[in-house]
Design a protein around this ligand. Structure first.
Ligand code: ADP
Length: 730
């Protein structure tokens, strides 16, 4: 089907696509159009990675916007929201408006009502529904990206419930669900009353196989020799061979540490193959990487990049990730070693993909567990850049002949699994049942069950009583903890319940926080950090071997600060959790005491991205605690506020005011303070040479900071830094 033949889309689209080199729809795209995706039909598209799912979504959204509606695109990860936003912004040239909504759970996002296309995570959409965002009633089209993630125990239930709610709000809503190839796409289509395109077509040939010994064994029975030098590992040999052919390699490993180690090792291979021009351009990228943050990870990454290799994992800062992805797409970086996060969504095709580790640590089994076929096929799917490579090649690595056979059986020839709803778990239902009642989707036990009947779980379950049983437990919990009120058959949310639902807290977190705050009179920051770290909304740091002793000691030393009773050492599981929370809380305390980010990362064995992640979560939870304290008229709200502001900016109490000025931040605030500029008001009155010196002579920065502090005359022209106020070199 030619792009000009697609019905119901805006007239300009065909020309726009042609400009991008797209003349003709890919067969699955054409099938989607034939099933009516541009005419308001709901559709499930289950097609391989990199086979053009995004365009299907775009066709559906543009057609519904052309009919006067709003379209919503739900992404599974925040990191993908900005990528999709950038992609859709190409339509702004034709008068469309694109908005993205990810952070700040508690807001109704009124401004989004003016957008034609909104990009948001499922958590954010769920929260918009809870906050009664009116524009959601007028939604014409919703796209769920990576819908196979309903299978994910952690995030799946939210996506599932959110889709059910949106469809209840507007029964004629068009639902377009995009999925990797899965075993039960027809079942998903049934659940969503949608048409189905289920295809394994790919725009570029994919050969899959397994490396063993000196040979690559392919799915079509072919084998090819691979020259492995002595003392060389197979991945290095594969990368070298790919480089010789002018291609790039993407290596999937099972942990961040392994990703970093592999990149460092393989940089030896890529480094040999660079041209002087590439070296120069890579040097620039490395510089940009170093500028993002002043940490060991940043230095390590830059050092790899200078030699044409990089690692990529969720512990990296967002800017690091996008620099790496960009340079890899530009074929400047020749090899990336990544944890599986990269497979899900980020568009980084590569000539070759090596799935080096097919097992990874799984906390629920307490050991190594094999990856799913679905995951491995998604990684495979990143192989081959249409138009650039003759074909893509994806390989697993075997250490023995038996493993060679096993990998063929398990992954190469296997079909992907069916996805299964994970909704019937108590933590998922706890939050969703409360929200369902609080935002008016149900007003009784029967109503709740009726609502849940629209979920995938209900469509799939073979255990009819189970959902009902868990729902009853959850309702009891919510009533006992004062989030719901039961009168006869009726259920209503209490004022506390409404607040908790709008704050997007797990009710169990809210209960823990309320309990902790009730007993407190003058809580310390540590006490509050520990309290929020104990809630199920915070992922605690792991206790490593040797940690138990250290944190047990700390627990006794600071026992008086904790809010709520410390479990006894003999309650093994609970005590252990208390200590994990303590470790996490001490990390926050370090951060709020201006300890260097790099030192924190080192001390706790995490990446800088993780420090920020915990800080963000703590800020959000403390904000929620502040609201709950206010709501329940507890006198501790100011103490909570102080703990929150300190964690937000990563500063001691004395810097809270200064660090709140936009553009200042923890390091600059400290330098200003040490130079005698101690508050926002001081900034307005301070001698310019002093401010300039404290800001290391950066004129533009100084001007911005003064402006943000509300000063009128901000020009730094002709000002020289006062040498007495210059910060000591750290
Ligand atoms: P998916 O979302 O399925 O992983 P994408 O939508 O990211 O895949 O598409 C992969 C690439 O294919 C993109 O670079 C896109 O521009 C390109 N593409 C999509 N449809 C077509 C088409 N009909 N013709 C040529 N290229 C296309």
């Amino acid at each position: 089907m030619k792009v000009g033949d697609v019905p119901a889309v805006p007239e300009w689209l065909a020309g726009h696509l042609r400009e991008d080199g797209i003349e003709e729809l890919y067969p699955p795209q054409a099938a989607a159009v034939e099933r009516g995706v541009t005419e308001g039909e709901s559709l499930v598209a289950s097609i391989p990675t990199a086979s053009g799912k995004t365009l299907i979504a775009e066709l559906a959204m543009l057609a519904s916007v052309a009919r006067g509606g709003t379209a919503l695109y739900i992404v599974p990860l925040r990191a993908l929201a900005s990528e999709k936003q950038r992609e859709f912004e190409q339509f702004e040239a034709y008068g469309l408006t694109v908005g993205v909504s990810t952070g700040n759970y508690e807001s109704d996002g009124d401004w989004l009502a003016t957008c034609d296309i909104v990009v948001a995570t499922s958590e954010k959409v769920d929260s918009l529904v809870r906050n009664g965002a009116g524009w959601l009633d007028d939604l014409a089209c919703v796209v769920a990206d990576e819908v196979h993630l309903v299978d994910d125990a952690h995030r799946g239930p939210t996506l599932e419930v959110t889709l059910a709610k949106l469809r209840q709000l507007n029964p004629s809503l068009q639902t377009v669900a995009l999925s990797a190839t899965i075993g039960n796409a027809a079942e998903i289509a049934d659940w969503l009353d949608a048409e189905l395109v289920d295809s394994d077509w790919r725009p570029i040939d994919l050969r899959t196989g397994v490396h063993y010994g000196q040979a690559l064994h392919f799915d079509d029975g072919d084998t090819r020799e691979l020259a492995v030098r002595s003392s060389e590992r197979p991945t290095a040999a594969i990368a070298r061979e790919t480089l010789d052919e002018g291609g790039s390699t993407l290596v999937f490993v099972n942990s961040r540490r392994n990703a970093e180690a592999a990149a460092k090792r393989l940089a030896g291979v890529t480094g040999e193959a660079l041209t002087p021009d590439e070296e120069e351009r890579l040097e620039t990228v490395a510089e940009e990487i170093r500028e993002v943050s002043d940490t060991e990870t940043s230095d390590d990454l830059a050092a790899c990049v200078e030699r044409g290799a990089a690692f990529h994992h969720a512990g990296l800062a967002r800017d690091h990730r996008s620099l790496v992805e960009g340079a890899f797409r530009d074929r400047l970086i020749k090899l990336v070693s990544a944890t599986p996060t990269l497979a899900a969504g980020v568009n980084t095709p590569s000539r070759r993909v090596v799935v080096r580790d097919w097992r990874r640590y799984d906390g629920t089994v307490g050991g190594m567990a094999p990856l799913s076929v679905l995951e491995v096929h998604q990684m495979f799917g990143r192989a081959g850049r249409p138009g650039l490579d003759p074909y893509g090649e994806a390989l697993l690595l075997a250490n023995s002949h038996d493993e060679l056979d096993e990998l063929f059986e398990r992954y190469v020839w296997a079909d992907p699994e069916a996805v299964r709803s994970k909704l019937a778990a108590e933590p998922a239902l706890r939050t969703h049942v409360l929200a369902t009642v609080a935002s008016g989707f149900a007003g009784s036990r029967e109503g709740v069950l009726e609502f849940l009947d629209r979920t995938l779980y209900a469509a799939q379950t073979t255990e009819p009583g189970r959902l009902e049983h868990v729902t009853d437990n959850v309702i009891d919990y919510l009533v006992v903890n004062d989030f719901l009120e039961r009168t006869g058959d009726d259920l209503t949310a209490t004022s506390l319940g409404h607040t908790v639902s709008r704050l997007y807290l797990d009710p169990m977190s809210a209960a823990e926080i309320v309990d902790g705050l009730r007993g407190a009179s003058a809580p310390t920051a540590m006490g509050l950090y520990h309290l929020v770290c104990r809630t199920p909304d915070m992922y605690e740091l792991y206790l490593r071997s040797g940690d138990r002793e250290e944190y047990t000691m700390l627990a006794y030393e600071r026992e008086s600060e904790f809010l709520g009773a410390m479990p006894s050492e003999f309650e093994d599981g609970r005590f252990e959790e208390w200590l994990s929370a303590l470790k996490t809380a001490r990390m926050l305390e370090d951060w709020a005491s201006e300890v260097d980010e790099e030192r924190i990362a080192e001390r706790y064995g995490v990446g800088p991205g993780d420090v920020r992640g915990k800080v963000d979560t703590a800020e959000w939870l403390l904000g929620a605690a502040e609201r709950l304290a206010g709501e329940l008229d507890m006198g501790v709200a100011p103490a909570v506020r102080e703990a929150r502001v300190r964690v937000q900016h990563g500063v001691k109490e004395e810097l809270m005011d200064l660090a709140g000025v936009r553009g200042v931040g923890r390091k600059r605030a400290r330098r200003l303070f040490d130079a005698g500029v101690e508050t926002r008001a001081d900034l307005r009155a301070a001698e310019k040479p002093v401010v300039l010196a404290a800001l290391r002579g950066r004129r533009r920065t100084a001007e911005t900071v003064l402006e943000n502090a509300g000063r009128e005359d901000v020009s730094m022209e002709g000002v020289t830094p006062d040498p007495d106020a210059a910060p000591a070199e750290s």
